[in-house]
Design a protein around this ligand. Structure first.
Ligand SMILES: Nc1ncnc2c1ncn2[C@@H]1O[C@H](COP(=O)(O)OP(=O)(O)O)[C@@H](O)[C@H]1O
Ligand SMILES: O=C(CO)[C@@H](O)[C@H](O)COP(=O)(O)O
Length: 508
């Protein structure tokens, strides 16, 4: 039987999954790495850490499974989107990679919008407005702020595509991740020569673009040796982690949505045609399904806000092992009623994308009184994160998109209480699947399609994805959240000016 690897270069770590051609998971492995934050709003990682984690996790799953190297026929790659790996002409990494949640490029976003002929003209070219985390403004930032580095620049790659370069020696990306550079004509599924010309950027800086299930190369001898695989092993396009996660959740047809609570929060919907939110609050990107698209709303600090709360403020909870810290913290919130007795948390700790697109938005607790304890604050953090996802769901609903099913994924959805909270805040039934490793599973399936085990990704999903659990909304909690949500939604507008002034002070 043929076997496939899915490798997801996540923000907190790399997750590797080994499946057989029926979709059965044989082994999985995670390896974590740090994020550097040299200034407030700046986030960076070392691409060598991603490579070390890739080698370690692939070797671990191969050892666990006891397969022969030649049993693995193809690899699918997924990763955090928008991050930029800057290479010189000898493939040396010039500086640390700048990540998806980095906020340093506000001035360059303004420049792109103006050079494109305004926001509407830009959306017409690349389907999206300029947002600070996207790749194009990062290239211009380097041109403006690190001239010496910019003079050496020969290629800019997305995180998973730098792993592909190390695996096969090729400079290739695929349509779903390329959509998040702001340089792809998302409707035509190829680089926008028009925008590249307007920005005076050389098209040679970019890799070539394929569909997600296409084979892009095979392992070099050095990569095969490092991973313990063979040079016959193929590598397929794969997908950015949002589209990959959607494939792993079976979101490959209309009416099915997925929501993910990872470091970021994502509300994702498939579309057969490119569709737009007129004001650009949702992203319109190519899907990993050949010839299809998707829209999504993204919250920059989602599960990341609970991580901040547990690690920086509760400081891990005394005596609790690290891998139990979230369960221990959320247990304290279980006895608190829906709505946290009138306490609201805004999760904009590192700025926000959907729906506010404001790098200088900041977090806050509003409504505190002396009866509130630690459990209230923990519950309120989880509720704020979930209401931020509802913001995206409401925009999707307001566009007339059918919402038949919502599938929950990401680290936060492992927690039954948080799944119930999602059902209650969204007022919809939530389903979870048997395999929880969304993105890594999604690209392992794309590898199986690229290798010919399935005709297309839709049939691969149909054959392999099984619903494990359903959570129904609780009527009284839905009522409580329907009362709280409009208050939550108004708070950003009411506090924006103060948040932005405080962000100025934080910037020094
Ligand atoms: N048991 C748990 N209960 C509640 N939240 C959890 C639990 N485990 C993980 N999380 C949340 O999931 C987040 C990590 O999700 P994950 O999908 O692994 O992230 P990423 O893909 O960004 O690396 C954590 O920051 C935390 O907020
Ligand atoms: O910026 C986006 C999507 O547009 C993020 O979803 C990143 O792609 C990384 O997310 P994590 O899975 O690491 O939270």
């Amino acid at each position: 039987m043929s076997h496939y690897l899915g490798i997801d270069i996540g923000t907190s770590g790399t997750k590797t999954l080994l499946i057989d051609e029926t979709g059965k998971v044989l082994a999985e492995s995670n390896a974590e790495y740090p994020i550097e934050q040299p200034k407030p709003g700046w986030t960076q990682q070392d691409p060598d850490d991603w490579w070390a984690a890739t080698v370690k996790t692939v070797r671990t799953v191969m050892n666990k499974s006891e397969l022969k190297p030649s049993d693995v026929k193809a690899i699918g790659l997924s990763g955090q989107m928008h991050g930029s790996v800057f290479l010189d002409k000898k493939d040396n990494v010039i500086r640390p990679a700048i990540l998806w949640n980095d906020q340093r490029t506000a001035a360059q976003c303004d420049e792109i919008t103006s050079k494109a002929g305004g926001r509407k003209a830009l959306i017409k070219m690349v389907a999206n407005p300029a947002l600070t985390g996207f790749q194009a403004p990062k290239i211009l930032w380097m041109r403006d702020k690190e001239k010496r580095n910019f003079d050496k620049l020969a290629k800019v790659l997305l995180p998973k595509d730098d792993i592909r370069r190390r695996l096969t020696g090729d400079y290739v990306t695929e349509v779903s991740d390329a959509s998040g550079t702001l340089l792809l004509d998302v409707v035509k599924r190829k680089w926008s020569k028009k925008l590249l010309t307007k920005l005076d950027l050389d098209a040679d800086l970019l890799p070539s673009v394929v569909e997600s299930d296409e084979v892009t190369g095979t392992l070099t001898a050095a990569a095969a040796e490092a991973l313990g695989l063979t040079t016959d092993c193929k590598v397929v396009g794969g997908a950015g982690d949002c589209a990959a996660g959607a494939v792993g959740n079976g979101v490959v047809k209309s009416g099915v949505l997925s929501t993910s609570i990872g470091t970021s929060g994502v509300m994702f919907v498939h579309s057969d045609q490119p569709e737009y939110d007129a004001t650009g609050r949702l992203h319109t990107f190519c899907h990993a399904v050949n010839g299809k698209w998707h829209m999504m709303g993204v919250n920059l600090t989602s599960g990341g806000a609970l991580q901040w709360w547990v690690d920086n403020i509760l400081q891990g909870l005394e005596g609790i092992p690290e891998n139990k810290r979230y369960d221990a913290a959320t247990k304290e919130a279980e006895s608190i009623v829906a709505g946290s007795d009138g306490l609201v948390f805004l999760p904009y700790l590192n700025g926000e994308r959907t729906p506010h697109a404001d790098p200088d938005a900041r977090g806050s607790f509003v409504g505190l009184n002396t009866t509130h304890g630690r459990g209230h604050l923990t519950r309120s953090v989880m509720e704020g994160i979930t209401m931020a996802l509802r913001d995206s769901l409401e925009i999707i609903g307001s566009m007339g998109v059918p919402i038949k099913q919502i599938r929950a994924s990401g680290g936060g959805s492992k927690n039954p209480m948080w799944r119930q909270m999602q059902a209650d805040v969204f007022g919809k039934k939530i389903t979870t699947l048997e395999v929880e490793q969304g993105p890594a599973f999604g690209v392992a399936l794309l590898a199986a399609v690229g290798d010919g085990a399935y005709k297309n990704i839709e049939s691969a999903c149909k054959a392999t994805i099984k619903v494990a659990d359903e959570t129904k909304p609780d009527r009284s909690a839905v009522k409580a959240y329907d009362r709280l949500f409009p208050i939550y939604r108004d708070l950003y507008g009411n506090l924006k000016q103060s948040m932005n002034q405080l962000a100025d002070i934080q910037a020094g």
